[in-house]
Each structure stands twice: as structure tokens, then as C-alpha cells.
Design a protein around this ligand. Sequence first.
Ligand code: NAP
Length: 277
Amino acid sequence: MTDEKIPLAAVIGSPIAHSRSPQLHRHWLGVYGLRGYYIPIDVAPDDLERVIRFMPQMGFVGCNITIPYKEKVLAIADQITDRATLIGAANTLIFRKDGLIMADNTDGYGFIENLRQGAPDWDAKTTTAVVMGAGGAARAVVAALADAGVPQILLTNRTRVRADKLKDDFGKRLQVHDWVQAGNIIEDANLIVNTTSLGMVGKAELRVPLDALRPGMIVTDLVYTPLKTRLLAEAEAAGCTTVDGLGMLLHQAVPCFERWFGQRPVVDAATRAAALR
Ligand code: NAP
């Protein structure tokens, strides 16, 4: 007999039934033969802080945070990592042994690792990136690209003022362009990233003109339902290297799983299959 506690982790959001994170973490717990549980918790907005503050007492070592609470949890955390502060949102809470709650954001890490796995020849230093969108995910992507050393990022968003705000936060390597220019600026880039929710099942299609796509470009979409969006299908047809958004979800979970369950997991074909089940 041992009185060692079994680590518990969760993903909190509302709604949460669609989340693939529980299958993913359970898959890794099984692969590495680790004790632990990872569950989805649907929390109403008024209960968020109370639920989070009680979780450590129940044996939770941390949780992932998803829509619509990624920004709201920053006000609950006792400590916020630099990258979560810069992004203005957290996707991970860590319940420390000293009782403090730390907020982190691993979305940008997941984005870059997915890009490196899907396009191994990608070189940050020679990249001009087009980033479509200026929401929370775009902030994580822009921060990660800048951190990786990408010298030029062309940002375009339907609501210009939101893109301008990113320019204020990320400085001169970022150039903002009107949304109607999205198709034209692709011509000057070798990495194209869709961070909008356009193209996702149940949402409108991404209607940006894509005639400028050509071989040698890397195209990636954060949307992963469907796995092959119109953007990725057209990019593939144009001879570009394509990287789907599921890998970002898998890679952002790697540092979380390691911290909570003590083993750094590998993202491979079996991991993808588990997340898609
Ligand atoms: P968000 O903060 O709500 O931002 C949504 C973005 O989509 C904004 O730039 C918004 O433009 C744009 N948009 C929405 N409807 C539009 C329309 N009809 N026409 C033009 N632009 C439109 O959401 P988010 O958190 O950044 O997430 C964005 C997407 O990334 C979601 O689909 C999410 O599932 C996905 N995501 C994937 C991963 C992953 O691991 N693969 C991680 C994080 C997010 P405005 O500013 O003009 O509204």
C-alpha cells in the first residue's frame, strides 16, 4: 500500500464535450503506464473561480483552459508566465505545491513544434509569414514566430483595429494589412497561417483568393475540423507543403502532460489516431 496521491488533471471550458484533450491525455497515460486521470469539466461562468480554487484540494495538479475562459483565468491566477502575459490568455493552469496557481500558455509552443514536425526544412530566419486573424490564437502564433526569429510578419484581420493592437504589442517586425489585401500579401510570403475560425465546420468558409499559392510555400491552418480545410486542399493542389491544425493541439499538450504526470510524451501517428477517435 502507498499513500502516494494519484494526479488528476482536466480541461475546463463551456461547452467541453467536443474537446479532444481527454482522449489525448488518456492515450499517453496508457502508453507510458502512468497512474492519473484527465477529465473534461463544463463550468458555468459564475462558478469558474470557485471551481478552480477548489480543484487543488481535490487532488488536481493542473488543468487546461479552453473557450471561453482563456482570458478570464488570468484574473484568477496568482502568477502568470511572460508568454501568457504577452499573449493575454492562458491555456494551462498549474496548481503548485505551495498553493499558488500559475497560468501559462503553450499554444505558441504547440504551433512551432507542429510546424517543425510537419515541415522539417522550415527556416525561421528566412521566413516572411502571412498571419490571417488577430484573435487569441493569432497572438500566440505571432509571439511564437517572433520568438523563433521570423523577421517579417504580415498580419491581416477583418477588424483592422484588432490587428493594429497586435502591432502595438509586437513592434516593427509586424506589418498590418487590410483584410481585402489578404490574397495579395500571400505573394510576398513563404509561410501562410490561418488563425481565424473561418473554414471550421459550422462556420463560414475562408474566401481569401489563393491564386498566389505556389510550390515552396508552407501553409498551415489552426482549424482542424475538418482536418483538410479548403485552404489546405488548395495549398496541396498548388504544390505547397501543408501542415494541419491537429498537430498544434497535440504539441501544446506535451509540456502540460510532462508537468502533471512526469513523462515527456512523444507526438506520433498513434497520438493523432487517439485524438481523432
Ligand atoms: P477568437 O479570439 O474568437 O478570434 C477569431 C478570429 O477569427 C478573429 O481574427 C476574427 O476576426 C476571425 N473571424 C471570425 N469570423 C470571421 C469572419 N466571418 N470573417 C473574417 N474573420 C473572421 O478565436 P481564437 O481563440 O483566436 O481561435 C481562432 C481559431 O483557431 C478557432 O477556430 C480555434 O478553434 C483555432 N485554434 C486552434 C488551436 C489548435 O491547437 N489547432 C489552438 C487555438 C485555437 P475579427 O477580429 O474581425 O472578429
